[in-house]
Design a protein around this ligand. Sequence first.
Ligand code: ARG
Ligand code: ZN
Length: 446
Amino acid sequence: MARSDVFSLLLLLLLAAAAADAGTVKSFKEEKRNVGDQIWSLSLDASTSKSSDMAALHENLDVLHYSSDSVTIFVRKTRLSITKEFLEGRHLAYNVVEKDVALHLQSLQAAEDAVAISRAAESCKEGQCPRPYKQDYMTFEQMEWFLRDLESQYPDNVKLSTEGKSREGRNIYLVRVFQSSASAARSSGSVSSRGQPRPAVFIDGGIHAREWIAPATVLNMLMKQTENCAANTDCDYEYYFMPMMNPDGYEYTWTNDRFWRKNRSPPPLKNDCFGTDLNRNWNPQWGNIGSSSNTCKEIYRGTTPFSEPETTSAKNVMTRIANNPELDLLVYLSYHSFGQLVLYPWGYTSDLAPTKADLEKGGNVYNNALKGVHNVPYVVQQAAELYPASGASDDFAYSLPIKYVYTVELRNTRSFLLPRNEIALTFEENYAGYMALLKHATSQSN
Ligand code: ARG
Ligand code: ZN
């Protein structure tokens, strides 16, 4: 081979390597998800914003955002004509805001990449994933690497377990974070050595697949809590984290449809509508208002309470913790997005929960601490005031009973597509809320 040929071969190899690299970094790639899907905006008149009509809209449409006079909806390509008919039947005018969601995703990515740090700055491999990302969203596989590495890095403070498998066979992970036995023994006169139950908290994220900021926040909370326990500070509870309750749906949002909400259960009828809404599949009040028996709906509740392996796994763990005489399960937090809300039970009815005053107080404690960090406003309210929805995890948790129960809708107030430079900020403010709530809960119970 002539010298110049060797040179051009080397150059080719270099270029190929650079291209492969760009592929893993996932920038400027052609968007394959949501091709032909659309986003529409409907204008509402006073008569349609009645709550009964709003319930019908929530059942039949995938409502992304609404205000008193307009509603933004996501319309999958396969449902364009059926949605058009539905709206025309109700004399609702609409206009198309995004006529191809794939292009929309692509331009958002480009805009973000122009202002955020390079995606290459945060990357991890199997066996080398010591921290959750703060600057980018992680794939499910990366989350798995991180969880395993966390346990091997902190064997005295972390126990990772698999509490079941998703419908498609992915692991449902539980992470228990605790004070090391050495430091527990040192702090004589501690709660546990007096033989009283230790306070416990259960936290989940990722029930809804497209709400990417939720697992991202929970993973960062889990990391921070582990570091605290390893340093023997702020580690008075037993901490249980289920950071990814819906791995199949989450994976699907990376590969096929960024707006997927449900799990990926195959349809019981032989139609082509997959998925159960994992936040409509719980008891008590399963099958009541704000859920649907139609498999094609976004709020499809499943065939029976806990028909889904994902909700069954979470329910079993929560019940086990609640029934453990050595533990006092005081706090439940379920992370979702978006809306900047701290919601407390009931969610299935606007009737007041028997301990509404305590729930509201705890919500305000969370929110005040949160607001002190970046001064971002969240609103504390009863879940059903947003819209009544039955069969959600919060009403189950409250019925266990757990005293302090919240569904937190994270940033922002417009979109599931939260820019990655807000991951760290969202985590920071919510970690402050979480810490304050946990302190409040134990101060009230002693
Ligand atoms: N966005 C959440 C959902 O639709 C809110 C759930 C609040 N809880 C409730 N029981 N309504 O699942
Ligand atoms: Zn949600």
